[in-house]
Write a protein that binds this ligand. Sequence first.
Ligand code: ADP
Ligand code: ZN
Ligand code: ZN
Length: 825
Amino acid sequence: MTGIFDYHLPTELEGQVKPGCLVVVPFNRQSVHGIVLRQVAEPQVQETRPVTALLDPQPALTPAQLALAQWMSDTFLAPLASCLDVMLPAGLIQLADTRYILNDEPKPAAALSPLQQRIVKLLQERGPLRGRQIDTALPRQAWKPAALALVKKGNLLTRAVLPPPSVHSKTVRTAQLAVPPGEAEDKLQDKKHSSAVLQRRIAVVHFLQQESVPVSVPWVYADSGCDLQDLKAMAEDGILILGETEVWRDPLANLEWVPSEPPPLTVDQANALEKVNQGIRESAAGQSPLPYLLHGVTGSGKTEIYLQAVDETLRLGRQAIILVPEIALTPQTVRRFLSRFPGQVGLVHSKLSPGERYDTWRRARDGRLPVIIGPRSALFTPLPDTGLIVVDECHDDSYYQDDFPPAYDAVATAIAYGRLSHAVVVLGTATPSVRMVYQAEKEGWTRLELPVRILAHTRAVKEKMASLNRPVPSLQADGVTASLPLPPVHVVDMREELKQGNRSIFSTALQTSLGQVLDAGQQAILFLNRRGSATYVFCRECGYSLRCPHCDLPLTYHAGESILLCHSCGYRRSMPSKCPNCGSTAIRQFGLGTEKVEEEVKALFPNAETLRWDAETTRQKGAHEIIMAHFANQHANVLIGTQMLAKGLDLPLVTLVGVVLADVGLNLPDYHAPERTFQLLTQVAGRAGRSPLGGQVILQTFNPDHYAIRAAAAHDFAGFYKQELDYRRKLRYPPFTRLVKLEYHALKADQAERAARTMAQQLQHWIEDGSHAATELIGPVPSFYARVNGYYRWQIILRGPDPASILAGKPLGDWRVAVDPVSLL
Ligand code: ADP
Ligand code: ZN
Ligand code: ZN
């Protein structure tokens, strides 16, 4: 069911059904599940039908979530039903079950069939059972019709239920004292336990009293002779806390010492944390502070701030949500949360089965998992009282869901959620987007800066060096920390290399450095931007790339028709035979893959152990983890990869990062291209030199003068921001305008084109009718990815002060709409 319909409550459910509750309702001739939105005074229809059953007395969505769904629906022009749907764990409805209960009131004894007698006997023996439990008790029996007959006769009652969460096998249960040992013993003495029980439970207290951290329960059993029953009873009596720690496969476990105690903060960190904590206290008192933008270079100690802010949140009895781009790519962050808050962290990720997802959801809703970590969808975990929302690497594209509906921006949604639930929102990144910084300035958010890299923990450094058999360098320590400069970036002009007669994809400088790193037993990362390669045309001699004469966006090469196309205005032309700039014939499309880079490394350095990390090598489940572990364990010394390696890796032996061609991303036909390039280069450079061994970055380019490349090489965010804003203002792009992208997919090319042309006319009318003269329509044109999975794609862009308002409430059919999209591709 996808819509909003009116029902009434039968008397027996009155007072029990609250907004956000999951209910069963009649719909046409079927029974379907629905979410209660609100009470209405005037139903839309004359005769409402009654709600059949309440699935769970506890609402599935909190009031703040219901309000958030409405906000999402309004903001992103998505149906409310689909916004509610993303907030529920996948498969929740399928888990709904029916509980069968014997009717206590004596009924006239009617003759029962043998199967009916068995059902009654079963329920007499075991009490009320869920359908799935009866399935197991009466295997291979068609018991349902028999049970229904019993319901009709009045012998049985039924109730719709959600099953209780099961503890799944991937967790270890832990125990920890909840009160001081003396108090625990008093509590035990107060109960009239038999002496054997008392003895066992006192032994538990004695054992746990020696441990300051949660202990996994088999240890408790072994030491005290107790069993799970004892521990559960003690937990119920408030003597101990039973927790669960996920057994989570950490590819980098044991490679690095992680302080589970909070380290003393640096001065910058302390200042930043103090501001965040103040917000956390204010929000606990019912205020909604504006977001905090935490801008800290890679390795500047942002995660430590998140950890301590979570600590403050928990201290105030509230819960926290930590969003990360992707758990598999950020294991080091996840591990630090798990070790700092053992038994309290719930991981949400794509590899959970529906059952596991449901269990985490239930336990989080009950307040038993006060710290939730996961990708964008983890934002919708129904915590009892969300006090803190952290969005780590908040510049990352994965926070914008546009692969399936509803299309929404999880960062904007997190900010709205913070406002609605009185939670502090911390947005952390080394490379904030221009749009976000602009918004922060305009709306007066608190900006927190961490400009200096921390050279990890001195103890960690010493252990690292010892394990590598290297002398500990003298550190400029400030207490337990030392700071570290950002790695120097050496820009190589590839046009010069060609002039010198070097036709290799590696410059002389990169070859030399790679050789040195390998000789020294260190490691190198070679980065290649995959998106956009093989699509743009440029001159090897002068670096000139072909652009649209109207839009100044790069033209893309379409191999099929052998033409060059502008994805903004539709301009097309044939492939030139000579460079319009210098007349050279060395003009052609760029095409280079990671395989080619690997080949080239092997040819130059036959002894190098290479490893590829790209879409192809990570297709298999768990591949990210395997590759990371392989490289971290030094089974390879050259890692060649695409975008993925920009994210989490922090490895001490990596002393060289080579960017094979920095300009690939610059030539994507999207106004984000310079920004995306700057961010990516900065993040990739951040992988080098994170230990006392130091490190350097070599950046190869045909465009050494481009402002994005210059700024990335100089670690100059402020300079980039200024230039980028100028560019956006000039071309009337966000943040000076807003965009909406409309996309249509069809199996037939002409069908997609026809739909796009019709819609463009319609849009033109809406623009004129609504006097939105300031809004312009760009397109329709075939999308950059013109054909995906057999579907042809056409797109239209609306640009103006508030283009979404033109579409509000309009019939958009099969059009996919993205408001404030992160990419026009
Ligand atoms: P970021 O999240 O900004 O990349 P991290 O929080 O991961 O930075 O910090 C980088 C490194 O410095 C990590 O190894 C972390 O354990 C260490 N670190 C952070 N803060 C401190 C501190 N106050 N004292 C000692 N080590 C620290
Ligand atoms: Zn154009
Ligand atoms: Zn040229």
